[in-house]
Design a protein around this ligand. Structure first.
Ligand code: DLL
Length: 437
């Protein structure tokens, strides 16, 4: 209880009240906002009007949140078909900014924001930062990439909105990141968890103790990471590490954020986003608590509203704890990252969980799929701690092979390497070298 009160006082701001609103208040707000959003897209976006008509639904058919299930879901492919600006719901002169997500194949998806959308986004990021333990007056190093990616600029505006100081280092140039940490003495840092590990390594190479810096809180996201990875970052850096979630199509960072006082999954800001979990195969809604694909409807966006957008992220909905809004569990994986090996389904994060248990292994790893003859093979490449002998690397490889076999039930090859580069932004956890069918 103390944590909540402290948070209210220290965080300040009228928008905090909604974070502690009753379920009834939240539901009433959601119904009103969903109604308005459904009308907005129906009258302003040809794609939605057609999709609603094809399914025989009209915005007037919506009375309560359960009615949302009557409406069509939206796929990334729908956005691609309308590239670049076809899904925008306001005239171009009202668009203050665009962002784009690269995607692995084909055209990027382009998203737009009005001034008001940018304002809402900044508020939600500020709310997220506060929930993650950052405070007005803090200096926050923003090491997410700035550019078309929503990470850098999205977080930056939130830092300013909070009343904190942004240090916009963007991603990359790790040596300089370290120097700035030393010289500018930030209170907080934000980047992908895998890149934080790179920064930590760089510090250690330079003989700097990562737990001795000014940084008190880290907020990491934009890629899946496990509780084991959190422990590693918290222990080595002596910080609190919380998780921030979001996606370009829905807004960018700040759709959901873990509260530092509970660190038990991410509170989804339900006054702006309505979450559903569906069976990824059938699209049927699943009850809270069951794992499936997260589907999100935006409730306040002007330029780029989305109705039942399929995120392809696998998680489950949980009741609120630190806030009254519901939580999502840490994202297990994207369902596109599911590995099906000889009939067994698994995800990179399951390997990460095991890797983080072994003190000689670092959570820097990659899953590589190959085809030998007609057989698919999976190799787990993982980095060893600095200076580990060949013998100990062999032992760690044997241990990991055995644990994967025992717990996940698949045979893999394991290579424990002295170094493995996973990049400066989102780590690519799955490399599929199999020939395309
Ligand atoms: O990654 C937005 C973002 C920036 C979130 C900075 C958090 C921090 P996209 O590039 O569109 O947007 O990628 C969205 O990244 O569907 C998830 O698969 C994954 N993702 C984002 N945050 C998390 C997270 C940004 N905390 C896609 N945990 C999403 C797991 C995440 N996966």
């Amino acid at each position: 209880m103390t944590a909540l009160i402290t948070n209210r006082v220290a965080g300040g701001g009228p928008e905090l009240d909604i974070e502690y609103a009753s379920r009834d208040e939240i539901t009433a707000l959601q119904i009103n906002r969903a109604k308005a959003t459904l009308r907005h897209v129906y009258y302003n976006v040809p794609h939605y009007r057609k999709a609603f008509t094809d399914l025989g639904v009209h915005p007037d058919d919506f009375r309560e949140m359960a009615d949302l299930a009557k409406f069509p879901m939206t796929e990334k492919e729908d956005l691609r078909q309308n590239y670049p600006f076809g899904m925008f719901a306001v005239p171009q002169e009202q668009i203050a900014r665009v962002h784009a997500s690269s995607g692995t194949t084909g055209r990027p998806t382009v998203v737009g924001y009005t001034h008001k959308d940018i304002e809402t986004w900044s508020e939600l990021v500020a709310r997220s930062l506060r929930a993650g333990g950052m405070r007005p007056g803090d200096k926050i190093q923003v090491a997410f990439g700035y550019g078309l990616f929503t990470g850098g600029l999205g977080v930056h505006y939130g830092v300013e909105k909070l009343g904190a100081t942004a240090i916009p280092t963007s991603g990359g140039m790790t040596e300089r990141q370290v120097q700035i940490i030393q010289d500018f003495e930030p209170d907080g840092i934000m980047c992908t968890p895998s890149y934080m590990l790179n920064i930590v390594d760089r510090m250690m190479k330079e003989g700097i103790d990562p737990s001795g810096t000014s940084i008190r809180a880290g907020i990491f996201g934009a890629e899946p990471w496990t509780a084991g990875m959190r422990d590693e970052l918290e222990n080595v850096m002596g910080i609190t590490a919380t998780d921030i979630y979001g996606l370009s199509e829905v807004m960018g960072p700040g759709v959901a954020q873990e509260c530092v006082e509970t660190r038990d999954g991410l509170t989804i800001w339900e006054d702006h986003f309505y979450p559903e979990i569906v069976d990824p195969e059938t699209g049927e809604q699943l009850p809270d608590g069951q794992v499936g694909e997260l589907v999100i409807t935006s409730l306040t966006k002007e330029a780029f509203p989305v109705i039942r957008y399929r995120t392809h992220d696998l998680t489950r909905l949980l009741p609120g704890t630190a806030r009254s809004m519901r939580r999502i569990d840490k994202i297990l994986a994207r369902n596109d990252d599911m590995i099906i090996l000889r009939g067994v389904n698994c995800f990179p994060s399951q390997f990460e969980e095991i890797i983080t248990e072994h003190t000689d292994l670092r959570p820097r790893y990659q899953c590589v799929l190959d085809r030998k003859g007609r057989m698919d093979t999976l190799t787990i490449k993982v980095e060893a701690v600095d200076g580990l002998s060949d013998g100990h690397r062999d032992d760690a490889a044997a241990w990991l092979t055995r644990e994967i076999k025992n717990r996940i039930g698949i045979s893999t090859a394991v290579e424990v390497l002295r170094e493995l580069d996973t990049g400066e932004g989102k780590a690519k956890r799955l490399v599929d070298n199999r020939p395309k069918e």
